[in-house]
Write a protein that binds this ligand. Structure first.
Ligand code: NAD
Length: 352
């Protein structure tokens, strides 16, 4: 069987980090005798420059006919003056919607080797951290109607019961394979859409009797994440709250450059990308940390292809590199040599 991967390198550091991810995947292919077919297509700023639109029809068709989509990052100052609909980032929202990728899975893992890079006190993160944030991705305020004038603007936030049920199901299932605890985060003391969210999640409790469920308001959740992060196993939340909480979670791990993500729908097709953006400030300088992108490939192997051993091999190779002090500038210890994007990719593929 050949696994078809649509590759969108994107803008800024996107091409540099995706190249390292592909390097590692090719090594996995060799070691485990698995065949991957990489089909490169354009989206984001690169697509605007080439064909005048952020998500060309061909890109969408190739993605729809693939087993997984592997994406770097899109956007950058060059396209910042474009209107909302025309911006590179719109390609991501369209891809998620068109492929019906409603669940965004973001592991927040603090590797023991990176304890020094974590801004929280030692006693708070003692023994490491391992949280999964399950964020609803195709509904809520980012997809609601909106209107803008210089005097008055509004955005509509809405959720249906069906939308909440399908994302909650993912969270319960993931928790079932982990420490069996789901914390659903909303703002039901103020928002009606959150009241429906909480009622729907609560109504599913009976189906997942072995999972402990609790609820938190988002303001408290944001605070708990830095005061007592070890209480969390799986965090279930909506689109906007998940966007904010996962960036907060990312910094606990030491750097945005460490965090992978998967966007999943009902079937096996998924989109895999680092949580961070295109980092225009360090683009083209061989400074970007490729680990978030490489760990996203590990998630692809596990979630879309069911290749668990291969996925673990990638994760173990990353751990070994960190242990050996192979670190980019964002996670290097003070006064220690830091490694470039290519060197880190080389080392990790060597360790597969
Ligand atoms: P960013 O994540 O690109 O960068 C924030 C900071 O983190 C920068 O200082 C950057 O150098 C650093 N950083 C990010 N990734 C890193 C890595 N792998 N290694 C080392 N350092 C890293 O966020 P931003 O600056 O707010 O956004 C830049 C552009 O990216 C914008 O156009 C934004 O819209 C876009 N963006 C795209 C995505 C995506 O494609 N999924 C996500 C977020 C932002």
């Amino acid at each position: 069987m050949t696994y078809k991967i649509a590759v969108i390198k994107g803008d800024g550091i996107g091409p540099e980090i995706i190249n390292e991810g592909i390097k590692v995947l090719k090594k996995v292919g060799e070691k485990f005798s698995v065949k991957f077919e990489f089909n490169e297509v354009l989206a984001g700023g690169a697509a605007i420059d080439a064909v005048g639109e952020c998500l060309p029809y061909e890109t969408l068709e190739v993605c729809k006919n693939s087993d997984a989509v592997y994406l770097g990052a899109v956007g950058g100052p060059k396209w910042d003056d474009l209107k909302g609909e025309e911006r590179p980032e719109k390609a991501l929202l369209k891809l998620r919607k068109e492929l019906d990728l409603f669940a965004n899975i973001r592991p927040v893992i603090m590797y023991d080797e990176l304890k020094d890079a974590c801004p929280l006190k030692d006693e708070i993160v003692q023994g490491g951290l391992d949280i999964v944030i399950v964020r609803e991705l195709t509904g809520g305020i980012y997809f609601g109607e909106r209107s803008y004038s210089d005097e008055y603007a509004w955005d509509k936030m809405e959720y249906s019961k069906v939308e909440v049920e399908r994302i909650a199901k993912k969270a319960f299932e993931i928790a079932g394979k982990r420490n069996k605890k789901v914390t659903s985060i909303d703002k039901s003391n103020v928002l009606d859409s959150s009241r429906l969210w909480r009622k729907t999640v609560e109504s599913m409790k009976e189906e997942y009797k072995d999972i402990e469920l609790n609820h938190m308001y988002v303001d408290n959740g944001a605070m708990q994440l830095v005061v007592n992060p070890k209480q969390f196993d799986v965090i279930l939340t909506g689109n906007m709250f998940g966007d904010i909480l996962s960036d907060e979670g990312s910094i606990i791990t030491g750097s945005l450059g460490m965090l992978p993500s998967a966007s999943l729908g009902e079937g096996n097709l998924g989109m895999y990308e680092p949580v961070h953006g295109s980092a225009p400030d360090i683009a083209g300088q061989n400074k970007a940390n490729p680990i978030a992108t490489i760990l996203s490939a590990a998630m692809m192997l596990k979630y879309s292809f069911g290749l668990m051993e291969e996925g673990e091999a990638v994760e173990n190779a990353v751990k070994k590199a960190l242990k050996d002090g192979i670190r980019s500038n964002d996670i290097a210890k003070k006064d220690e040599k830091s490694y470039g994007t290519y060197e880190i990719g080389d080392k990790i593929s060597k360790y597969i």
